[in-house]
Design a protein around this ligand. Sequence first.
Ligand code: AMP
Ligand code: TRP
Length: 331
Amino acid sequence: MTRVFSGVKPTGHLTLGNYLGALRRWAEVDQHQADALFCVVDLHALTVDHDPARVRRLSRQAVTLLLASGLDPRRCTVFVQSHVDEHARLSYLLECVATDGEMRRMIQYKEKAAREQARGGSVRLSLLTYPVLMAADILAYGTDEVPVGDDQTQHVELARDLAVRFNHRYGHTFVVPKATSPKVAARVMNLQDPASKMGKSDDSGPGIVYLLDEPEVTRKKIMRAVTDSGQDVVHDREGRPGIANLLEILAACTGGDPEELAGGYASYGALKKDTAEAVIEALRPVRERHRELCADPGFVAGVLRAGAEKAQERARPTVDAAYRAIGLLPA
Ligand code: AMP
Ligand code: TRP
């Protein structure tokens, strides 16, 4: 059976981008077709300036939203990264396989490090090594497929490269994984700045739809989305990025095709109105289940306990094998 692994960082409130690019597919497809593990990758949240209490709160909220999005703990494994030591154990071995140059080429590292430096802050070493920890997350489970949004493909490529290199040097140990991304909405853009990704840790609230936004707030954000000059509704990512983004969001929420949907609109206003309604309807069940789950913290805690145990059982043999293969003396 195909093994699937994916994760989400608790660095901010989850967004429509997370949902359409990742979570929804995990719930609708992956957990039914594969042996799937989904992880709130809390160690990754420590790579940038962080507040401990906030990370704790956001981790619990992210787990609750994963379940609210439809992940069923009877069908898949839901857990928190720091509960399973194998991730950090394997990460160090992979640091001994990855190179400094390879790390510095990562687009996300370059962007985030530049932003941090522009603010006069310092860049944590873990921001540089973060893709290695991500590779460890993936490789520890013998993962075949990693369902992610477009922004993560370079990181999954690195995981592939490290798996191939390790296997070549030390003998076959890891499955070589591949990224899979959704047909539409693989990169949902910021509504106020359609040239940048809708990212949860960004500061520009008005351009980001959060899963837990009230419907009225969501409607306002979408109605105020920046559109392009011009009148006619066409799907053109380069020339009309604002409209293309709305068409993709609408298509993802209604199951349609962005090009075909474009033909049905004579004005930007009508497109915004329908997109707002479609998003509100898509998120309604998630918000409702989230409310129910918040009333039952014991259930969520139980899911995490069982999830960590199951995840560790799966990861340990592979990580132990990697320790032996690389030359460490068995304990
Ligand atoms: P992150 O928020 O970076 O932890 O991402 C968790 C998952 O959501 C990853 O698979 C990302 O690729 C995906 N994701 C995050 N933001 C977006 C976006 N704006 N559009 C599509 N997918 C996204
Ligand atoms: N780096 C991913 C992101 O920012 C989150 C992540 C960490 C991840 N480990 C992973 C995704 C393993 C898929 C598989 O979105």
